[in-house]
Design a protein around this ligand. Structure first.
Ligand code: AHM
Ligand code: MG
Length: 295
């Protein structure tokens, strides 16, 4: 499945090209950088490195008009008017190193990418493509556009980087096997806890603490991932523009569903680029049951 949009291809070429460099730089960047991001979270040295590398690579792509990152307060103007009505360039939004608290424990992490055909903040309906890199034992990249979802292996070889498609039409399996829910159980609202108790009897727990890794398990085996609304944080933890929208787009293109408990994630109108949102994503029937349970 070749992407019909050359700008989208160039964006994911640039993301793939940075992946081996990001991976190679992580061993020396497992410590806090000493700064906080716009969400008020402590930024790791690895987050900063990935953000700078991806910022340089993506603003250099012809057809990228704006670059927005979970780690930056404001959008970077990359020299092009964004939006199908007003211009011919895309806005690219990234979470440079998702799950970077896993740096210390050496568990999986990822990079999340959303390609919007509108200036941010925008809804997920403005996405023309989305994807993620998963830094697991193998570096893989999942890319979704309006023709479907594919999985690639990214390898560095003698100074060049290759992308090999390993699955050209990724679909959520019909029979779900796994679940992973973030946050502390005592912080969950009662209705979500009751839903989780049911799911525990049906599916196998697979939680690694990085959304990209946990969602990749759901895409591979079928199931449901959530970072729910919490009693003291009804907006949850994950960011709509950088995390929830791209993941919702990918999972919906793979035949699944994504909700904030009430509304399809892709329909949510953001107030700001750094808005947070509860995220429940996976096989449609599980997401439907979750919505009913939270009603
Ligand atoms: P990050 O982008 O700053 O790493 O935060 C997002 C991550 C997600 O990958 C993961 O689902 C969640 O935070 C886990 O949070 P917690 O460690 O609080 O369970
Ligand atoms: Mg993240």
């Amino acid at each position: 499945m070749a992407s019909p949009d050359p700008v989208v291809e160039a964006i994911f070429d640039a993301v793939a090209a940075t992946a081996p460099e990001i991976r190679a730089a992580l061993p020396g960047r497992r410590v806090k950088s000493g700064t906080d991001n716009p969400s008020g979270e402590s930024v790791m040295a690895g987050d900063l490195y990935a953000d700078e590398l991806l910022g340089d690579a993506l603003t250099a792509v012809d057809g990228v008009g704006s670059f927005v990152s979970e780690e930056r307060e404001a959008a970077v103007d990359a020299g092009g008017a964004v939006g199908s009505g007003d211009g011919d360039a895309y806005a690219v939004a990234i979470d440079p190193l998702d799950g970077s608290s896993n740096l210390r424990s050496n568990n999986a992490m990822g990079t999340v990418v959303g390609v919007y055909d509108a200036p941010l903040p925008a809804t997920g309906r403005d996405l023309v493509a989305a994807g993620y890199v998963l830094y697991g034992p193998i570096t893989t990249m999942v890319v979704a556009d309006d023709s479907g979802v594919r999985e690639e292996v990214v390898e560095a070889d003698d100074g060049s980087v290759s992308r090999s498609v390993v699955e050209d039409d990724l679909r959520l399996p019909d029979d779900p096997l796994v679940y992973g829910f973030g946050g502390r159980v005592p912080d969950w609202p009662d209705a979500f806890t009751a839903f989780a108790r049911e799911i525990e009897d049906e599916l196998k727990l697979r939680y690694g603490g990085a959304m990209v890794g946990d969602v990749n398990q759901v895409l591979t085996y079928g199931g449901i991932f959530a970072y729910p609304a919490l009693v003291d944080a009804p907006e949850g933890k994950l960011r709509l523009s950088f995390e929830a929208n791209p993941i919702a787009y990918i999972v919906e293109q793979a035949g699944g569903a994504a909700t904030d408990g009430d509304t399809d994630i892709l329909d949510i109108e953001p107030e700001g680029v750094h808005d947070r949102v509860p995220l429940y994503v996976g096989n449609g029937e599980l997401v439907d049951r979750l919505e009913t349970a939270l009603d």
